[in-house]
Design a protein around this ligand. Structure first.
Ligand code: ARG
Length: 400
């Protein structure tokens, strides 16, 4: 029998998929579970066992958190990649999962890969375009797009086939989590006029119930990458996890968005990305201090394009790679420390410093220490305004 590698989360759909693929495609299923953070350690072994119990011929568990941070999250942070206010957590993990699917298939001699996404979302695109870019010879299957079962029917199918139905199917939401953020959709959230119930959130407290006292934190960056929190050097995984807790405890990082999916649907999404929101803000503050006006302006345009490519599943495109090279180059002096105040749902930059700071007190000050030669301004403005002045003189008034 041909082998197929399935991206396995341990949830209802991918468990049903193991059985369904065996029955309908007559293939041996290899379950691949990828830890990109946001998963509880105690669940990991249980997930692997569940895959085998349901009928997978092999089950692998890969801790991909380090690669996720180094190769996906940090590049996105350096870019300040945000798509329609969303810091791209799920969108960043999908290409990595696609890569591990392809690698596992090649290593184990499988001819195909599969994922549990349905036909309405972005994730199917990201998985499949990722695999197409990396291993075009592999066949790709999306059983949940094919089987035409409703949620209730999947539950029936699971019960009929001895697949344990997790209690979490009682949750009205569809949730995806990784180190960089949590997304929550469906249920009451499908009414964009309805305020999200507290139960839709998990990583953050409400600003109302956040502490009445602000907390100050300091993040140190080296070449655009955060390396220390409150003076303590931390590895990327620990730093992001700590930041999620710290900022989440102040209600920071909640987002309530309506977003434009690639497939043409507007969807309402709740995000929690405490670390993502604070680190992007801090990173931008450090860039404001260390990059020139032209670098900042051009980079902001690149950020939009970079986020768009990421959101739309083109992570492994040559274009995304080329933009990443430019972004890396911009980060060579983005080192320094940023001070942030967390308070009742807000993160405010209150201080920044860098050995490469372009801020000059002597030039900026209005005090006696002022070194700026005011007389230079006069000639500068004459030259700067020369073109508009000439145009008005030749062509008439600048305003109707
Ligand atoms: N809307 C987000 C995105 O497209 C999150 C998707 C989350 N996926 C999920 N199966 N709940 O990246």
């Amino acid at each position: 029998m041909d082998k197929i590698v399935l991206a396995y989360s341990g949830g209802l759909d991918t468990s049903v998929a193991i059985k369904w693929i065996k029955e309908n495609y007559k293939m041996d299923v290899i379950a691949l579970t990828i830890n990109v953070g946001g998963m509880e350690q105690k669940n990991l072994d249980a997930i692997k066992q569940k895959a085998l119990d349901v009928g997978a011929v092999a089950a692998y568990m890969v801790d991909a958190r380090q690669a996720f941070v180094d190769e996906y999250v940090w590049p996105a942070l350096k870019a300040n990649a945000i798509y329609e206010s969303y810091p791209l957590a799920t969108a960043l993990a999908r290409p990595l999962i696609a890569k591990l699917l392809a690698e596992t298939a090649i290593k184990d001699g499988a001819t195909a890969v599969a994922h549990g996404s349905t036909g309405k979302g972005n994730d199917q695109v990201r998985f499949e375009v990722g695999v197409m870019a990396l291993a075009p010879e592999l066949k790709i299957y999306a059983p949940a797009r094919e089987w035409g079962m409703s949620r209730e029917q999947s539950i029936e199918y699971a019960k009929a086939n001895g697949i344990p139905v997790p209690v979490t199917v009682a949750s009205p939401y569809s949730v995806d989590e990784n180190l960089w953020g949590r997304s929550c959709e469906c249920g009451v959230l499908e009414d964009p006029w309805a305020e999200p119930p507290e139960g839709a959130y998990d990583w953050t407290v409400s600003p109302e119930s956040a502490p009445d006292k602000p907390e100050y934190i300091e993040v140190e960056f080296e070449k655009g990458i955060p390396i220390a929190l409150n003076g303590e050097k931390l590895d990327g995984i620990t730093l992001i996890e700590s930041m999620n807790k710290l900022a989440g405890a102040h209600g920071v990082g909640r987002l309530d968005n309506v977003e434009s999916r690639l497939v043409g649907i507007k969807s309402r999404e709740i995000y929690e990305a405490p670390a993502g929101v604070v680190l992007i803000l801090a990173h931008q503050a450090l860039e404001a201090l260390t990059l020139s006006r032209y670098q900042l302006g051009y980079k902001a345009k690149v950020a939009l394009e970079y986020a768009d490519l990421t959101y739309n599943g083109l992570w492994f495109s040559a274009h995304r790679r080329d933009l990443a090279a430019y972004i890396d180059s911009t980060q060579r002096h983005v080192s320094g420390t940023v001070r942030i105040k967390l308070y009742k749902g807000t993160a405010t930059i209150v201080g920044r410093k860098s050995p490469y700071s372009l801020y000059s007190y002597d030039l900026a000050t209005y005090d006696e220490q002022d070194q700026f030669d005011h007389s230079n301004a006069e000639g500068f403005i004459r030259i700067w305004g020369l073109a508009v002045k000439t145009q008005t003189q030749v062509q008439g008034q600048a305003e109707d």
